[in-house]
Design a protein around this ligand. Structure first.
Ligand SMILES: [Zn+2]
Length: 115
């Protein structure tokens, strides 16, 4: 792939990671708040047993969802060839910056772009 192609894919992927990261932080804060409210309610009221599982389910469910999203973005980045052809390292984040600046893999130093 050429440098221009790499930069376009790198930017697109970085943007998606940022969106998922921000969505995770905001929704996790919201879910934590909801879970805490439910826990507070459970302490003060008699509730069915399944209600006691709701806060933990919400927290673990959201963690699992975002873990899958992060895994999926990694998978997409690999599919888009955002990897070093020599060492197969995923060239995202700091490694991607080094690759764009130097033209070489930030992990093994081999050239990444087609001439
Ligand atoms: Zn490499």
């Amino acid at each position: 792939m050429t440098k221009e192609e790499f930069i376009a894919i790198y930017r697109k992927t970085n943007k998606q990671f940022n969106i998922v990261g921000i969505a995770f932080l905001t929704s996790f804060a919201g879910i934590t708040f909801i879970a805490a409210s439910i826990l507070n309610f459970i302490k003060k009221h008699e509730v069915a047993n399944w209600v006691r599982l709701v806060p933990a389910t919400l927290l673990f469910g959201s963690l699992a969802f975002f873990a899958i999203m992060a895994w999926y973005l990694h998978y997409k980045a690999k599919k888009r060839n955002l990897t070093c052809s020599s060492c197969k390292k995923l060239l995202l984040g700091q490694l991607g910056n080094i690759t764009i600046a130097s033209g070489n893999c930030g992990n093994c130093g081999q050239p990444v772009f087609d001439k």
